[in-house]
Every structure is written in C-alpha cells, then in structure tokens.
Design a protein around this ligand. Structure first.
Ligand code: AHG
Ligand code: MN
Ligand code: MN
Length: 336
C-alpha cells in the first residue's frame, strides 16, 4: 500500500483545489499532533494517573464535573496551538470564555474551537472517546478577538475534524472537499491516510439515541423511534438495530463507516436546555463532516450548518447521519 501522510495529503489538496493555504495546513498539523499527545495520555490509563475526576472537583461552564482528562486534553490543545502564529483565538467546551493568543506570540487569522475530550463518561471504563475541532476564519480586520467573532454559522467552517481514541486512533478530517481518514501509526508516530473518501449510505437499519430519556421526548421523536421499533410488521416494514456508545465521536465514527442515524433531541425536561450537545464544539463540526460524506444533519427543523449562533456554549438538538432517515425524522418535526 502506498502510504500518504497527512502532510502530503494537505499539500496535494492545496495544489489541486487551493483550499488549504500554508497557515491552515500548519493549524491542522498542530491539532493533529496535539491529538497524538492526547491519544498517548488516554492509552496510559491508570498507569498515567489520568483517570477519574480532577483533584479540584471543578465544574465547567455548563455545570459538568470535569474529568482529569478533560483538563489535560484542554491544556494540550491550548499549549500546542498558542505559539504557531496561525491563530487569533481559541474557544473550548471546557473554558468559560475565549482564549486569545498571548501577546508574546504573533496573531494569525484563524479561530479554533474544540471539545477536547468527548465522551467523558467513557474514560474510566476504557470505551472509545475523542477530540472534536472546528476552524473558522476571524472576521476581516479583527484586531482584538471577542466572543462575537466566533458566532458564525457552521457553513463558514474552513475545516473540521475529530480524533477517535479507540482500538485504533483515527483522525477524520474535512476541509470542504470530502472526508478523509488517517490512522495513527503508533510505531512511526505518523498519520497515514486509510480512507480517501468516506461515504455515508443514504439508507440504514441502525439508530442511536439515549432511550432512557424516552418518557421526556416530544411527539415527533417518539413517533419516529416507535415506528422503527415496530420493525418488519410496522409502518417502516423493516427491522432496525440500536447502538448507543455515549461518545458522540464514536457514534459518528460508526455512522461514517457503515451508516446510521444519531439523535440527541431536545426534550420536555427543561425548556431552557434545547438538547445536550453544543453547537460550536460538537454539532457544527460533526454536521460539516457528515454533510461532506453525503449525509445530513438538522436540529429537527433546519440544517445545523445554517443556524446563526447566539452564544458560545449554546446547545442544540441534533439529528445526523444517513440522509433518508434524517430527512424523515426532520419531516416529522415539520408535520407536528
Ligand atoms: P462530553 O463528554 O464532551 O460532555 O460529551 C458527551 C456527550 C456526547 O459525546 C454523547 O453523545 C452524549 O453526551 C452522551 O449523553 P448521555 O450521557 O445522555 O448518554
Ligand atoms: Mn462532547
Ligand atoms: Mn467534552
């Protein structure tokens, strides 16, 4: 097999499509390197004393107890990306507000957002977790980065990706020209392309949702799931299977590999909390990747990538994956 490295891929993309200028390439390479470091920390587990909650028992801005690895991964990404001169500022699920590049370093024209460690509840039980990132361009002429600079719809992303730390560490990337996957060669320490163009099948028999919330679901979600569960003799006329890993990265990775539909809907528990997942760190980058692989992603009403963000830590309902299924569950919301 001819080995194509991440760097070679990025350079060739630039030659062919002119979509990855040198600064953006550096940015992606630095993020990928940080993911390698996180993967290493994850792999050490108890030996590296990285499991469990943080000593300070600190909470993040959304009131979630931070795990040690949430904080370690956040620090790795911040440190790796500060000095390269390619960024103006960063924003993270684990930080209350934005992190401008310190004065001692040159300021670049990109904004980086990340969920440093996705699937925190799976860290201590040795189940796949990941890192999700999204790249925007800073608004033209911006001199002092503000939160407002980040509030751009997902359609403005110039790159997005995730690393999944599972039996293999895999980096999945889009710069708007399809979706490519790179597997970490642990001996060589390099990212090697292992999929040139991911394609999500339009149809599927597999869905992912946290069914313990069923009693809180709104009617369209209940209808959609009921109909799938009715199987062959129900209105859908086929049997469905269910998977829920509780790491969005791992669930999306399965869907990218063999299709499926992933849902984290809003529900009746707390009208001020529209779903669980965060628009800027989870929904937008995953929606970009899924659409680039031929799938679809909505909040039940509209395309996720069209949502105009109002605040950095905003939550949104998420329906993504195989196109025909996402279209169907979205149409049930429109009917209601
Ligand atoms: P995070 O660990 O970054 O807070 O994200 C967890 C998210 C997502 O990865 C996953 O799909 C979902 O929360 C799991 O939610 P449940 O605990 O309701 O299953
Ligand atoms: Mn997450
Ligand atoms: Mn997280």
């Amino acid at each position: 097999m001819k080995r194509i490295s991440l760097t070679q891929h990025l350079i060739e993309e630039q030659r062919l499509h002119n979509t990855i200028p040198a600064e953006l390439r550096l940015l992606i390479e630095v993020v990928a390197r940080a993911c390698k470091t996180i993967s290493h920390a994850v792999g050490k587990g108890a030996l590296g004393e990285v499991l469990g909650t943080s000593e300070a028992e600190s909470e993040n801005v959304q009131g979630e107890i931070q795990k040690k690895l949430d904080i370690i991964s956040n620090d790795i990404l911040l440190q790796a990306n500060e000095w390269g001169g390619h960024l103006a500022a960063m924003a993270s699920e684990e930080m209350e507000t934005i992190h401008p590049i310190p004065n001692r370093y040159p300021m670049g024209e990109y904004l980086l957002l990340f969920d440093p460690l996705d699937g925190s509840s799976n860290i201590d039980v040795n189940v796949s977790i990941g890192t999700i990132f999204s790249v925007l361009k800073a608004p033209h002429g911006m001199t002092v980065p503000t939160e407002a600079a980040f509030l751009q719809p997902g359609s403005q992303q110039v790159a997005a990706g995730y690393a999944v730390y599972g039996p293999q560490t895999v980096l999945v990337l889009t710069t708007g020209n399809g979706v490519q996957s790179f597997t970490l060669d642990r001996e060589m320490g390099s990212w090697v392309m292992t999929q040139k163009e991911a394609k999500i099948p339009e149809d599927t028999k597999e869905y992912a949702i946290n069914a313990s919330n069923a009693r809180h679901w709104y009617a369209p979600v209940k209808r959609y799931v009921d109909e799938m569960q009715a199987g062959k003799t129900g209105p859908r006329g086929k049997d469905f299977n269910m998977r829920w890993i509780a790491s969005m990265v791992a669930d999306v990775h399965r869907i990218l590999t063999r299709g499926g539909v992933f849902m984290y809907p809003a529900d009746a528990r707390d009208p001020d909390k529209p779903g669980k997942l965060r628009l800027m760190y989870e929904a937008n980058p995953m929606a970009f990747i899924v659409e680039q692989a031929g799938g679809a992603a909505t909040d039940g009403k509209q395309r996720i990538l069209d949502i105009q963000p109002e605040k950095l830590h905003q939550r949104v309902p998420v329906f993504l994956g195989s196109k025909n299924e996402v279209d169907l569950v979205t149409s049930y919301h429109r009917d209601a």
